[in-house]
Design a protein around this ligand. Structure first.
Ligand code: FE2
Length: 427
């Protein structure tokens, strides 16, 4: 007997009336119209034609800062640099217990939104390793319900801050998974390029993946993504390297970008845009016209680059909004990138699911036999409606176990005494 049978599901690829059979936490069969008699199960879920999608994946987050909004004050200018300065004011005040408590609260929000894998950067600049140890503990605590991947992130610059390299290596020694960096925050362009080279070499030596904050500025001459792609190629890190943000690409010369795009594609470097944060932090020095600042998402995708969307921040020194909802991220992404065609919207859904899982290197991800039975039932008929409505996550399963449920969204209307239900679906 099966553990779980999901019936009458619509899948992200458009197949309808599908059944998903689950045994021992894995998907064993995905087929059209399996009946309860054909596949008896301990639990049967009728999806009623609604969308069942693999769980959401956030490939770029800062869990050490999350839910600290207002501590010790709010970012007045709204800029990236004031956010970094504010984080610097907060760091000496951080207490490990409080940091863990905030991170765990965020993980609860994430599970409720069907977000079951998060790659979070953790600041390694502090020699006490307080944030590193806190997030390693959070990773252990949430392992039964969230895959948490940690990136060693030298927020103050691996070369610029005293002991930067040493501290980053200590974080990796403690069990942090991925090598991070922030070349645009080093003192000079040359230092930035040197940091990219050094960090990629550390990753190659240790067999780690790389994910750098890369060119998070409006400076068209900030070109560390070029060095990152070249180093990835040189060291044979194909498919294991990611450039996060890459907002300078928004402002680059078009001729230069025509050379850069194939270079990124050839090197197998993934790119992560963070639409909510990019649209908020970039263009702050502009008058009008004011640049959006997000990287060139459709152009990168057309060039064959794996592009994912991250949340980056929720209620922290950089951003005072958010709730762990990757559909909100995709919604902003499609607006900022003007990816409003049906195919474009679907690609934005991929950016917070399959593409993000690829960045993460998640094993057994998807809705195929052999994959983990980790999926979400949404109150929507397809990925497009899911993004439009930031649809309710009706049920969230991980490895065949129900982790969260939310009641369907609906309003009771009382118009001229005529009772009616509004659920925002197309008539
Ligand atoms: Fe970030």
């Amino acid at each position: 007997m099966l553990n779980l049978l999901v019936r009458n599901a619509t899948l992200p690829d458009g197949r309808t009336g599908m059944s998903i059979a689950v045994q021992d936490g894995r998907i064993v069969e995905v087929t059209a119209g399996l009946s309860e008699a054909q596949a008896p199960a301990h639990e049967t879920l009728d999806a009623q034609g609604q969308l069942v999608a693999p769980h959401f994946v956030d490939p770029h987050f800062h869990m050490d800062a999350t839910l600290s909004y207002g501590l010790p004050r709010v970012n007045a200018s709204g800029t990236l640099l004031e956010g970094i300065a504010l984080w610097g004011e907060l760091k000496p005040l951080l207490k490990q217990e409080a940091l863990i408590e905030r991170a765990l609260a965020y993980c609860d929000w994430a599970v409720a939104k069907g977000l079951l894998a998060i790659r979070t950067h953790v600041d390694t600049s502090d020699p006490s390793m307080l944030a590193v140890d806190a997030l390693l503990e959070v990773k252990r605590l949430v392992a039964p319900y969230i895959d948490l991947q940690l990136v060693a992130f030298p927020q103050d610059g691996v070369l610029r801050a005293p002991g930067g390299v040493e501290n980053l290596k200590r974080a990796l020694d403690r069990g942090v998974d991925v090598v991070g960096g922030i070349p645009h925050f080093e003192r000079t362009m040359a230092d930035g390029a040197a940091s990219v080279k050094l960090l990629c070499e550390i990753a190659a030596e240790r067999g780690k993946r790389v994910d750098m904050h890369c060119d998070e500025s409006d400076d068209p001459m900030s070109r560390h993504i070029e060095t990152l792609a070249a180093e990835s190629q040189r060291l044979g890190l194909h498919g294991r390297v990611t450039g996060s943000h890459c907002t300078s690409m928004h402002s680059m010369d078009n001729y230069y970008v025509s050379k850069l795009l194939p270079l990124i594609a050839e090197s197998g470097v993934s790119v992560i845009a963070n639409p909510l944060i990019n649209i908020t932090l970039q263009g702050r020095h502009d008058t009008y016209p004011k640049r959006r600042g997000m990287t060139r998402v459709p152009e990168l995708m057309a060039a064959g680059v794996n592009v994912a969307f991250g949340h980056d921040c929720v209620m922290d020194p950089w951003y005072g909004m958010g709730s762990g909802d990757m559909l909100e991220v995709a919604h902003m992404g499609l607006h900022v990138a003007q990816m409003t065609s049906q195919a474009g919207i679907r690609r934005c859904f991929d950016a917070v699911t399959t593409n993000a899982a690829k960045v993460f290197g998640l094993l057994r991800y998807g809705l195929e036999p052999g994959c983990d039975a980790s999926f979400v039932l949404l109150q929507a008929k397809d990925p497009i409606e899911a993004i439009r409505l930031r649809a309710t996550r009706l049920k969230v399963y991980r490895r065949g176990v129900l982790l969260a449920e939310t009641a369907p969204a609906a309003a009771q209307l009382r118009l001229d005494g005529r009772p009616a239900v509004c659920d925002w679906r197309m008539p």
